[in-house]
Design a protein around this ligand. Structure first.
Ligand SMILES: O=P(O)(O)OC[C@@H](O)[C@@H](O)c1c[nH]c2ccccc12
Length: 248
């Protein structure tokens, strides 16, 4: 049973329950996203998780070759690649995850609306090193059990929160990587001030990821003052991949 959802979020979660099982045998080791972020920070660079996202319900769209994009992001020093696999609203695909996880040697995050263990089986089989778990679409028991299930594959989830209430839920569930989304998933409005307010309440032993709406180095430097360790960036890099060089 999911939490009470409305609008497109209800539809995207219903769609998640019917995603097929991927019959593939994983053929690569699991890379640690936490270790990769810590290493890039030690090199005094900005850990950027570059997202491969072809569309979103907020009206974004970009057509880029997944292999070329992933190679350019890795070459430019991205700490990891986030790959949208949600097929109905984001034009994502499990194929993109398989292709990209077999193109790069940096951690790959499966970005989807995960509500079932089968989706985590798929992430592991396709070569993902982490998965997104969104507090807003899960009950607390589901969140705790899916975190443990992901860890049984040595996939450490990125647990996404919106506000302080969801921060408490994520911490109680034992999250080790917490992402704060500046975008409201239902209304698509962006609020960076809320992100700063929530970031500063996350304990420093948790890896803190600022997500969405990031387009400049100035924004990154500002978010770092509030405790952000890493930055999840999609639209601005899908539009102009070379921009990553000025953000690292
Ligand atoms: O394109 P942006 O504004 O750089 O945002 C990237 C990423 O944060 C965003 O795509 C995202 C964050 N959380 C999600 C959950 C589902 C789908 C997408 C997302």
């Amino acid at each position: 049973m999911v939490r009470f959802l409305t609008g497109w979020l209800k539809d995207v979660v219903n769609n998640a329950y019917s995603r097929p099982y991927v019959h593939k045998i994983r053929d690569k080791p699991v890379f640690s996203l936490i270790d990769a972020i810590r290493k890039v920070k030690e090199e005094n660079k900005n850990p950027i998780i570059a997202e491969y996202k072809r569309a979103s319900p907020s009206g974004f769209s970009a057509d880029r070759d997944p292999i070329e994009y992933a190679k350019e992001m890795e070459r430019s020093g991205a700490v990891g690649i986030s790959v949208l696999t949600e097929d109905k609203f984001f034009s994502g695909s499990y194929d993109y995850l398989f292709i990209i996880s077999h193109t790069v040697k940096i951690p790959v995050l499966m970005k989807d609306f995960v509500v079932t263990e089968r989706q985590i089986d798929n992430a592991y089989n396709l070569g993902a090193d982490s998965i997104l778990l969104i507090v807003r679409i899960l009950t607390e028991r589901e969140l705790e059990s899916l975190i443990l299930y992901a860890r049984s594959y040595r996939l450490e989830p990125l647990v996404e929160i919106f506000d302080e209430n969801e921060l408490e839920i994520a911490l109680n569930a034992g999250a080790k990587i917490i992402g704060v989304n500046s975008r409201d998933l239902l209304t698509f409005t962006i609020d960076q001030e809320r992100v700063k307010r929530v970031l500063r309440k996350i304990p420093s032993n948790v890896i803190r990821v600022a997500e969405s709406g990031i387009t400049s180095k100035e924004q990154i430097e500002e978010l770092k003052k509030y405790g952000a360790d890493a930055f999840l960036i999609g639209s601005s890099l899908m539009k102009e991949p070379s921009k990553i060089k000025e953000l690292i």
